[in-house]
Ligand binder design. Structure first.
Ligand code: FAD
Ligand code: UDP
Length: 367
């Protein structure tokens, strides 16, 4: 009856890396996926009519300092040398993000030097001891003016709540720089797979059966009977039938438009800081592949909207009450001896792709 060594629920990055590693050790593996495609949120496709590679679930930049992870992904596909820069529009003017000397000088109409900006920001900062939430943390780092211009509206839209209700650590993902360095990430290794993200998944899944359009919950007990071990990468609260209550998730909606112009915004990601503008950012994927000759004069843009949809969770919100609930669900998970819970949804953690791979590479040691 137990036909497979492992059944893996979810064909995202965690599930796919686990599948690839386990197969390489001779394990019999099956992957099931509720969507109609592989790749999870990293999925990309060539837009019909143009040769532009579109990231269906928002721009994904691979960035890491972990050489082992970088070597691992590069053993499947070649990456380009793209380094991410983000611009943000606030009241009709464009600024560079994350906040750096250029942003500060442009915003205040000043010509501060790197040696002066520390004192200047210190004069704006509020001295908040032990900031308890995102708003307090941001104001303690950059002061109210910059917070209200570049963080408050964007964050309210993105997380669909008051920044006071969000954990402080979300904002520490963004550095504040005293130089003109406007590279979005500090990581040494960065790039986009030349042939798109889905190519990585195809390569990793070579020889591994994948059943698409298959929801684990349509036959939970049946799938468990068919394997020695199960790797589950869906939402952890759903696995336990929400028995302890629902975790809060943030969802997104993407609106794709094909335009008959060569270049819409001159960059891959433009954030919109004003709360009155419904979308948080516009992606223009053409700019992710400077190495590619785009034959058509068309471009594709993708508007990203915050959205509430518990059936399509993207980000864990991780408020204080969620953290408590998350710990309780983890205790339940630890009791499921034949099930490994891995990835953003099953661990309820705000993971980047490199962290997912690092964690999934350890799965084979659980065997
Ligand atoms: P997922 O990709 O969500 O995969 C889980 C899979 O499980 C999904 O395909 C889902 O359909 C499937 N599934 C769920 N429930 C079931 C079920 N019941 N039955 C069958 N299948 C099921 N990271 C970066 O490093 N750089 C970036 O620039 C970056 N940008 C991002 C931008 C956006 C808008 C988002 C949302 C994320 C971004 N990330 C980025 C994070 C990255 O997407 C994740 O780290 C990674 O995709 C998580 O992989 P995963 O396998 O844990 O989850
Ligand atoms: N953020 C913001 N303004 C911006 C960019 C980011 O306020 O222009 C905040 C927002 O709260 C976001 C957090 O900084 O959730 C982290 O940004 P990052 O780009 O890492 O978020 P991601 O899109 O990867 O979730």
């Amino acid at each position: 009856m137990r036909k497979y060594d492992y059944i893996i629920v979810g064909c995202g990055l965690y599930g796919t890396v686990s599948a690839e590693r386990l197969k390489s050790k001779g394990k019999k593996v099956l992957v099931i996926e509720r969507r109609d495609h592989i790749g999870g949120n990293c999925f990309s496709y060539e837009h019909p009519g143009t040769n532009i590679e579109v990231h269906k679930y928002g721009t994904h930049i691979f960035h890491t300092d972990n050489k082992k992870v970088w070597d691992y992904v590069n053993s499947f596909v070649e990456f380009n040398r793209y380094r991410h820069r983000v611009l943000t529009t606030y009241k009709g003017k464009v600024y560079t993000m994350p906040i750096n000397l250029g942003t500060i000088n442009a915003f205040y109409g000043l010509d501060l030097k790197p040696s002066e900006v520390g004192d200047f920001i210190a004069s704006k900062r509020e001295n908040i001891k032990d900031p308890r939430n995102l708003e307090e943390k941001a104001i303690s780092l950059i002061g109210k003016d910059l917070y209200e211009a570049f963080i408050k509206g964007y964050t309210m839209k993105q997380w669909n709540c008051d920044p006071k209700e969000l954990p402080a650590e979300i904002i520490t993902r963004l550095p504040v720089r005293r130089s003109y360095n406007d590279s979005y990430f500090n990581d040494y290794y960065q790039g986009i797979p030349k042939a798109g993200y889905t190519a990585i998944f195809r390569k990793m899944l070579n020889g591994i059966p994948v059943e698409l359009n298959t929801d684990f919950f349509d036959d939970k007990e049946g799938w468990l009977k068919r394997c020695n071990k199960l790797i589950y990468t869906g939402p952890i609260d759903k696995y336990f039938g929400y028995s302890l209550g629902r975790l809060k998730w943030r969802s997104l909606k993407f609106e794709t438009e094909n335009l008959n112009i060569d270049d819409f915004q001159g960059t891959s990601v433009m954030n919109y800081a004003d709360s009155e503008i419904a979308y948080t950012r516009i992606h223009e994927p053409k700019h992710l592949h400077l190495e590619k000759e785009h034959t058509s004069t068309a471009t594709v843009i993708v508007r990203e909207y915050p959205h509430i949809d518990d059936n399509e969770p993207y980000y864990p919100v991780n408020s204080e009450s969620d953290k408590v609930l998350g710990v309780e669900y983890n205790k339940l998970a630890a009791k499921e001896k034949r099930v490994i819970f891995g990835g953003r949804l099953a661990e309820y953690k705000y993971y980047d792709m490199d962290e997912i791979i690092e964690s999934a590479l350890k799965t084979e040691n659980n065997d």
